[in-house]
Design a protein around this ligand. Sequence first.
Ligand code: AMP
Length: 212
Amino acid sequence: MNLIVLGAPGAGKGTQAIYLARHFKLDHISTGDMLRDEMKRESKIGKQVQHLMDKGRLVPDKTVIDLVTKRIHAVEKANGYILDGFPRNLYQAEVLPTITKSIDAVIQVVVDDEVIVERISGRQVCPKCGATFHTFYHPPLKESVCDVCGASLVQREDDKTATVLERLKIYHEMTEPIVDFYKRQNLLITVSGVGEVQDIFDEIISALKEKR
Ligand code: AMP
């Protein structure tokens, strides 16, 4: 089974993608994670995309399409995959059928912009071990200090409020049009991303069962 999870940054699509990947034994393909990994390794691609990602802008289509194509071809014979963060615009959605066999369902996780700003701008990450916290929803025991390894927590450059607003603007302008694209193909499942992670996950599973 091949799935796509869609949603604004901070809607919780990444978390649901991880749960779905575990449940159906799918390969989790997150373009954001792949690009962050390129930056961490200071690869040629990483250096090219750093300034765009820091500002919350989309990186060039060709860069992402090349990364996704390689990854999909590497896992295609396995159980299937879940795409998280791709496609991000209509062009990418139109190219996808040329890279891969069919998509079985597209899950859209919806959350209001105000809730998203509150969620993302409180996020803190540990630069040393990667643990994540939230000043309100999941605060560390000691303010701004990692519970796991004791390093000072930081805010990801693209989680700063101004950048979050830019990412939301880009989401509405560039990514939302693909919702209709998949609705017309009768592939779309829409769930609210507000509530307990497990409840949202259960709703997705029932909707998938109904669809199949
Ligand atoms: P995410 O972790 O999915 O929120 O992605 C983080 C950042 O990676 C985005 O703000 C973009 O700069 C970049 N990115 C991820 N996926 C794509 C994509 N499909 N097309 C263009 N840029 C992307």
